[in-house]
Design a protein around this ligand. Sequence first.
Ligand code: PLP
Length: 392
Amino acid sequence: MIDETLVRREQAALMHNYGRLPVQFVRGEGAHLYDADGRRYVDCMAGIGMINVGHCHPDVVRAIQDQAATLINVSNLYYTEPMVALAEWIRDRGLGGRVFFCNSGAEANEAALKLARKHAGPGRTEAVALVDGFHGRTYGSLSLTGQPDKQQRFLPVVPGVRHVDRGDVPSLRDAVTERTCAIFVETIQGEIGVQPVPIEMLRLARDLADRHGALLVFDEIQTGMGRTGSLFSYQQLGVTPDVMTLAKSLGGGVPIGAVTARPGVDEAFQPGDHGSTFAGSPLACAAALAACRVLEDPALLQNVRVQGARLLEGLRGLVADGLAVEARGMGLMCGVDLVTPRAADVVGEMLQAGYLVNNTTPRTLRFLPPLVIDGDDIDGLVAALRRILAPS
Ligand SMILES: Cc1ncc(COP(=O)(O)O)c(C=O)c1O
């Protein structure tokens, strides 16, 4: 599966912050990846939710090729069509307000935090976020990330962030005050194993934000772009944020992030407040616009709901047979808790079986397949999992 010399070169040339699985991919198409020996794998991770439209979607490939041959980048000192068209697309399907572009999810949350601070004015410097939430690894976004193991070695982080358990209504009530500028929430916490935030917490967050004049920010970086069966997950939940952050699948595989806000809030950023050299490049925006247009196909979102239900049913079957303890999911964002803490080993065994999955905790597997995955691949995934989890 892997050329050992590549592993040695990687060890000598790259910093050691990733633990990679022993496989080298050379090609991708739809829900499938191919290694250097031509072996096919079913990608049940979509590059950690970053390529929802599938690998090398022909529309995205064409958009990149055409744009690369015309104009790759020119900076934010000038006007370009793809950037404006993509912002219009997001504005018109999201919160109705303007858009700020950046290059990643962490940067989107950094920008949202600055936007909220600017919107709130002096003195309102605190933010509230949820325990177990993940918002990125740069200092501002890391301060929002409610996972002590990610923060510990890098303290102190940006001060003023209070973390509240995702089901703790009284603590949320206490945490939001007149000093709060924003409440950051993922509707489903992906990095901790696909844990949905209870609807009463989302409603309370909306209510508290309104009452205290804070902004409700939904991080839809993992849940957005069709992942849960609607373009953005909040559209199924009946709670609308003031600000939304996007990244991952927005670019169809090309790096891009975005912050969008409701009208009025979007005016907080004025010239000089924030920026990024590469942000909104014609290349990234052309790729993203093509990926976004793929998501306009109602049949694709229907596939998310159908295959998501099929996957969840399969995972629940494992629970019913005592091979797992709990399965959760919304659309094609699913997680399953195993009986014993052997999830990392299962990931390795699934790779051997030709399925890419990942573990978010020692007990929890996560599934984020490309939205184009079909029923045969879902059935194959569940069958492989069943074989691996069954007592020998
Ligand atoms: C919900 C959420 N927010 C933010 C991020 C950070 O995005 P990036 O890795 O592009 O900085 C991630 C990445 O996994 C995420 O899942």
